[in-house]
Design a protein around this ligand. Structure first.
Ligand SMILES: Cc1cc2nc3c(=O)[nH]c(=O)nc-3n(C[C@H](O)[C@H](O)[C@H](O)COP(=O)(O)OP(=O)(O)OC[C@H]3O[C@@H](n4cnc5c(N)ncnc54)[C@H](O)[C@@H]3O)c2cc1C
Length: 459
């Protein structure tokens, strides 16, 4: 690598900020410039829901790396800088900083423009191109500021979308005395991340605390004095409509990759709408990398393209692109496991690998087991339900989902097994740590594999 190489990074989210740090670590002489359209330094989006309840006291607590921090690390972060255009031939980007047009040349470019919230087609949702008063999307610090300004104890809120973010928001609003209802168009909560049987366990637990309206679509917003007042909701099965009075509406129905800059320069965009990247995080255009929510990559098990929407993956892609852009040689695994977790209404949940909807049912074997986190005789044991899916032919572990105590740590063991392409026979012999105050002699991660093992033998 030529010591004068200049790496320009567009976006300072989890992807851009991490890529900058790893590019610098790889080669101290690399000149690194991050251009970020927002006014804040690198902050955690994942922590946003917890500011609503005060679990995280202030929005500024979410700042991870300030402009001063980057400066000390030898990285320039330019905030309030919106990149408008990339000129591939001249190897430069054109941006607007505080209304001034600037141009920055690059030797290597990393696109990490993230994604933007999807706004569902609801009648009256916009007033003069802006979300109507009382309707909010969830992506940035400014979104949370707007919600904080409207939220008052005793008010009513509807959250659309029963995915991880929708349920985290619902939990944090419920904690501060807001009357929350969640509306989900699909027949189950967490449909893309949990199978029906596991999702039911989660649903039963959280619907004790809030109303979750399944199979239903918000079709219309009715207003009073220019502000949201009532929602029209249609049951997708029966077509029966009902009205719900609400003070505000939060949209948590997913995001779409922000790829306009990449598209304009001919970056290949995949089926999911994300920029296609290889294991080095290179796009199809020479010297241009892309990372994070604006990209798509292959699922490790099914090999189908998946849109990236997890900070955990954005960071790992960013490490890869940062090192490679600074002259290193670093590869992502052959696909993403989509290891995921969350906790709401006191319930920890986690999963890894594809759900049954993405698998062919007669090619897999599944087992579910409900056990406890401690031996039966020891006080304080907590319930945990675990489901594992294996390939019928090879016996390889391909997916797992857990609900309950230490779900994430148990799922991390399965992430290791899937990445190492371990079989059920290998994994069921795992020697897990035991002490009655901490864990049972035989952890349920191996018990559930023993059940699958028997099924595999009689298949
Ligand atoms: C509420 C919430 C909770 C979440 N919780 C989790 C979680 O628990 N676990 C998990 O793994 N993931 C979670 N995520 C997802 C995670 O935050 C994202 O996957 C991650 O932020 C992706 O990083 P990124 O850098 O690709 O995109 P972003 O973090 O969105 O960063 C993109 C940046 O690019 C900037 N940008 C865009 N276009 C331009 C332009 N033209 N010029 C200059 N700058 C530009 C944007 O302003 C933005 O700062 C959560 C997300 C949200 C919203």
């Amino acid at each position: 690598l030529n010591q004068e190489q200049k790496i320009v990074i567009i976006g300072c989210g989890a992807g851009g900020g991490t890529a900058a740090q790893f590019a610098k670590k790889q080669h101290r002489k690399s000149k690194i410039l991050i251009l970020e359209k927002g006014k804040y330094p690198q902050y955690s989006k994942c922590g946003l829901p917890y500011v609503l309840s005060g679990v995280i006291p202030k929005l500024s607590d979410l700042f991870e790396f300030s402009e001063e921090w980057f400066k000390k690390a030898g990285i320039t972060l330019s905030t309030n800088t919106l990149v408008d255009k990339i000129d591939v031939n001249k190897k430069k980007v054109i941006a607007k900083k505080d209304d001034e047009i600037i141009e920055e040349s690059y030797d290597l470019l990393i696109i990490s423009t993230g994604s933007k919230p999807f706004i569902p087609p609801i009648k009256n949702i916009f007033l003069k191109d802006k979300l109507i008063d009382g309707v909010f999307s969830i992506r940035t610090i400014d979104d949370i500021k707007k919600i904080q300004n409207s939220v008052k104890k005793g008010k009513r809120a509807v959250v659309i979308g029963a995915g991880f973010i929708g349920l985290e928001i619902a939990d944090n609003l419920n904690k501060i005395g807001i009357n929350v209802k969640v509306v989900e168009a699909l027949p189950q909560i967490l449909l893309t991340t949990f199978d029906e049987d596991m999702s039911k366990i989660i649903y039963n637990k959280i619907s004790e605390k809030i109303d979750i309206i399944l199979n239903s679509t918000v079709t219309k917003i009715e207003t009073k004095n220019g502000k949201i007042n009532q929602l029209l909701i249609k049951n997708n099965k029966t077509n029966i409509e009902q009205k719900i009075i609400t003070d505000f509406l939060i949209l948590a129905v997913g995001c779409r990759p922000e790829v306009s800059l990449a598209k304009n320069i001919g970056c290949k965009i995949g089926k999911t709408g994300g920029i296609i990247v290889n294991e080095k995080c290179e796009t199809n255009i020479k010297n241009i990398y892309a990372v994070g929510d604006c990209t798509e990559f292959l699922d490790f098990v099914t090999k189908r393209p998946v849109q990236i929407g997890l900070g955990s993956i954005a960071v790992r892609q960013a490490i890869t692109a940062g090192i490679n852009a600074s002259g290193g040689n670093y590869l992502m695994p052959k696909g993403v496991l989509q290891t995921r977790t969350s906790k709401f209404f006191g319930l920890e949940i986690a999963g890894v690998g594809p759900t049954m909807d993405f698998l062919i049912s007669d090619k897999i074997v599944t087992a579910t087991f409900k056990g406890f986190s401690l031996p039966p005789y020891f006080p304080g044991g907590k319930p945990i339900s675990l489901k594992v899916i294996a390939d019928k032919k090879s016996g390889k572990i391909i997916s797992a989902q857990a609900v309950g105590n230490n779900a994430a740590q148990r799922i991390n063991s399965f992430a290791t097994a899937i990445l190492a392409e371990m079989t059920i026979e290998d994994f069921k012999k795992l020697e897990t740590a035991y002490s009655p105050a901490v864990a049972p002699t035989i952890d349920i991660v191996t018990i559930v594999c023993d059940i699958i093992s028997k099924k595999l033998k009689i298949k």
